[in-house]
Design a protein around this ligand. Structure first.
Ligand code: BEZ
Length: 262
């Protein structure tokens, strides 16, 4: 995972849309009563709770996240549910899951082979892996504006997230014994409310982009990025920024007939 400092309360405040949009990924998961489901990269745990409601008392859910701040927030908000602070590349299931679910988390992980390998190992045969993540080109205008300003200031700008094409990610899943049942990419322009919406988004999500900068220089870069993006991404009438989100959504099944090439 990248070295972002998470603040769960601020995350829920500035990025509540992550959970709101995630409801339709839960629909794609289609959790059924009695199932055991892992929420990988559960953040503040609100979607874990939605899944837990669907599987009911005869089912089971576990939310995992690499951030102890997120897990603390999830436990406080949902004290009846199970959450563990563990990295997606390292977790081990005591008992097989019927499904692994992940919303807006996979793109934070550097070692995608390790995640796919861990998910495959955690699933029962025929178990499903249902996820949404950033696709190639996700938030491209924001990343390009930050990187351009960092380069002008002499910094070697980082490329912190994994935003694959369908082909790249489906191939990776197949390498780890999954049969990909569906994989789609779509644009999802995402509103960031208020004149400070972009600034807040960068404060919550941008740590890894700004890693080498002091607080003062980071603030100066953010101001330049706002100026660069305002003409195309800010509507002064509604006081709304629009981030150019692009999503990759997939359903894959652990396929026992496929040979693993790990
Ligand atoms: C996303 O959910 O697509 C995302 C989140 C943080 C940074 C970049 C992208």
């Amino acid at each position: 995972m990248t070295d972002t400092e998470w603040d769960g309360a601020r995350y829920d405040d500035a990025a509540g849309f992550v959970t709101d949009y995630g409801d339709s990924v839960v629909d794609l998961l289609d959790p059924r009563p009695g199932e055991r489901i892992l929420d990988l990269g559960c953040g503040t745990g609100h979607l874990t709770a939605t899944v837990a409601d669907a599987v009911g008392s005869e089912g089971d859910t576990l939310g995992i996240d690499a951030s102890s701040e997120m897990i603390a927030e999830a436990r406080a908000a949902h004290p009846d549910l199970r959450f563990d602070c563990v990295d997606a590349t390292a977790f081990q299931a005591d008992e097989a899951f019927d499904a692994v679910f992940s919303n807006a988390a996979l793109h934070w992980v550097n070692d995608q082979d390790a995640v796919a390998e861990r998910v495959a190992a955690a699933l029962a045969p025929g178990g499903r892996f249902v996820a949404e993540m950033g696709a190639r080109g996700n938030v491209a205008s924001i990343v390009a504006a930050v990187r351009a300003e960092l380069r002008d200031r002499g910094y070697d700008a980082a490329d912190p997230w994994y935003f694959p094409t369908v082909g790249e990610h489906a191939t990776l899943l197949e390498r780890h014994g999954f049969a990909v049942r569906s994989a789609t990419v779509f644009d999802r322009p995402t509103d960031l409310d208020g004149p400070d919406g972009l600034r807040e988004w960068l404060a919550v999500f941008g740590d890894s982009l700004f890693a080498p900068l002091s607080d003062d220089e980071r603030a100066a870069v953010v101001a330049v990025v706002e100026d660069r993006l305002r003409p195309e991404r800010y509507d002064p009438d509604s006081e709304t920024w629009t981030a150019d989100y692009r999503r990759l959504r997939f359903v894959a099944v652990r396929d026992e007939s496929a040979s693993r090439q790990t």
